[in-house]
Design a protein around this ligand. Structure first.
Ligand SMILES: Nc1ncnc2c1ncn2[C@@H]1O[C@H](COP(=O)(O)OP(=O)(O)O)[C@@H](O)[C@H]1O
Ligand SMILES: [Mg+2]
Length: 239
């Protein structure tokens, strides 16, 4: 069953088509990869789902309800959280405070409860518990990506959109991150839609991969089939 559907989504920036009639679905409980060369339109697709941009045409349906037209916070309230490719922590706030802001504003916390406790739980989940009281500006790139995930989780999503969270990791760390994201999906019973440049990671983690190229849906299918597809190889080689 599809938890998320994008139907005929199009987006132009001026005269340039960033997305052209893209239709896709993300199955409930799955890890679905979104790949494609630089500039293919992957982040634009996330922006349309997350309410950061408005589609010129088409619609987004989440759990049977249309998201199209909602603001970013409206989408978040429905249970969709995202991380940003370029991380955006509150630099002068501690990690605890960064996560607490996301948690306090989440629909299910109702602004109540013990925010210290909640924030610490999410930091522990991403392995940043021991840095809870330092300011976010002191984190390195990899730690900032983890903080992004903690902040997204603190909004208690049913669907998590991950935008290139593996940048800067070595191969051992990538394997750890893949295991971590699989465990997140299993433990929290969430659905994951994941943009990633690191092919090996997506191969190991996703049940389905969607490929975009120049704003269009190139193909979709199981990862081991998609990576052998000559059109996919050509799209990457041409990059
Ligand atoms: N805000 C914007 N204004 C103008 N062009 C944009 C904007 N955002 C993205 N684009 C263009 O749209 C295309 C798709 O970008 P993007 O979705 O960021 O690609 P990807 O994430 O796959 O690398 C690119 O050609 C990019 O330059
Ligand atoms: Mg991108």
């Amino acid at each position: 069953m599809a938890l998320l559907e994008g139907l005929g989504l199009s987006k132009r920036f001026g005269g340039v088509k960033a997305l052209d009639q893209v239709t896709f679905s993300v199955e409930d409980g799955a890890i679905v990869g979104l790949i494609g060369p630089n500039g293919a339109g992957k982040t634009t697709l996330f922006n349309l789902v997350a309410g950061a941009l408005r589609a010129d045409s088409g619609k987004v349906v989440f759990d049977g309800q249309e998201l199209t037209g909602l603001t970013a916070s409206g989408v978040c309230r429905r249970g969709v959280a995202r991380t940003f490719q370029v991380t955006r922590p509150f630099a002068a706030m501690t990690l605890m405070e960064n996560v607490a802001v996301a948690w306090v504003n989440s629909p299910r916390s109702e602004g109540s409860g013990d925010w210290h406790h909640a924030a610490r739980d999410y930091l522990r989940m991403v392995g940043l518990e021991n840095l809870a009281h330092i300011e976010a500006r002191h984190l390195n790139v990899v730690q900032k990506k983890r903080l992004e995930i903690a902040r997204a989780l603190a909004t208690q999503p049913r669907l998590l959109l991950l935008d290139e969270v593996l940048g800067g990791l070595n191969s051992h760390e990538i394997q750890q991150a893949v295991d971590f994201i699989r465990k997140l999906r299993d433990d929290l019973r969430i659905t994951i839609f994941w943009i990633e440049h690191v092919m090996g990671a997506i191969m190991g983690a996703a049940e389905k991969v969607i490929v975009l190229d120049q704003g269009q849906l190139l193909t979709e299918g199981p990862p081991h089939e998609v990576v052998r597809d000559p059109r996919v190889i050509q799209a990457y080689l041409g990059d």
